[in-house]
Design a protein around this ligand. Sequence first.
Ligand code: DOR
Ligand code: ZN
Length: 424
Amino acid sequence: MRLLIKGGTVVDPVAGSLAESDVLVENGVITRVGRGIAAPGAKVIEAGGKLVAPGLIDMHVHLREPGHEAKETVETGCRAAVRGGFTAVACMPNTSPVADSRAVIRYILERAREAGLARVYPVGALTRGSGGEELSEMADLKEAGAVALSDDGRPVANPGVMRRAMQYAGMLGLPVISHCEDPDLADGGVMNEGYTATRLGLKGIPGAAEEVMVARDIILAGLTGCRLHIAHVSTAGSVRLIREAKARGIPVTAEVTPHHFTLTDRAVEGYDTSTKVNPPLRGEADVAAIREALADGTIDVIATDHAPHTPEEKDVEYDRAPFGMVGLETAVGLVWTELVAGGVISPARAIAMMTVNPASVLGLEAGLLAPGSAADITVIDPELEERVDPDTFYSKGRNTPFAGRLLKGLPVMTMVGGKIVYRR
Ligand code: DOR
Ligand code: ZN
């Protein structure tokens, strides 16, 4: 099977360059990249005016299976992923049961194989049941296929447990992905602490709830030598701590979600529960600091924290709704509209933050568009515009605060291992 992607602008996220090139795919592998490739008999995909990028990787999604199949399944999550331009996702372990055993990791991988769409890399639980007390069977999880360890959705409150978890994870060479939230400071809050929360009569979560834990985990990464990845950074204070830790040579990386670089807590004003997310949407100064950190390299990765919930669960008072919003099918459009067209980052840097950078955090051989690599490819049309319509989502989740927003720059083809798994 030969496929020629012709006349597109190939993005090299490592060199940081764009060049007009053809890409030849044979038997699922990229065999040539260059100008004017002649490939008689190959199926031709015209890509003039489009960006041809290595397959995008979203290292933070909630696929909900096993246990919460009404919100999402591995299959529906993978459909949403490929529609959103992602050829691979890493899925968080807060399923039911929690992904703290070989059996659950294998189950997820089996479901992903059956779906045959995006590649799925499970993240194993850091502690048993993500209860924050006993360490999980980390070596077993790694052997079963876990690429990282996390109790995402919940903090590891006890610093002694976090220290030991990092020691073991470090010995196994697995990164720890930290959900940074001090439970006593968060104290049941439902949105960002500040003027808007006071006006709306909603209980706030201070930025300090995140920053105290970012500081603690950076100190523990220094102590243990374990690779630490900070999930969903939301405050200017966290950005400062990460920037300083990197300058000191601490092995820390960090991610930001599209909602945290796009929206402020003012979005909560209509009490729309799709704006309820953890960590919460923050203030203007936080969004500005995050955008600066995306541009200067303090932030390594853009990840969605795709967190589908059912309409029944979200259609309640703000206080009672679960935290989380979907993200897979709006991420590329938001990155292009807000960051690339907005002049915050270059197209190549945007692609790096969704390809080679997450691949490097997770130790994956992915994210490159070069001869010899698996043909995982995302084609983006930078001129294509569309309004977000949740009814068109392939995800089961409809919980997005971006409904009706006009996005420009959207994925039009997604290829995994040489197979076209999505085409507009
Ligand atoms: O908003 C969130 N939703 N934040 C998390 O950390 C967990 C996630 C979920 O699982 O719904
Ligand atoms: Zn999450």
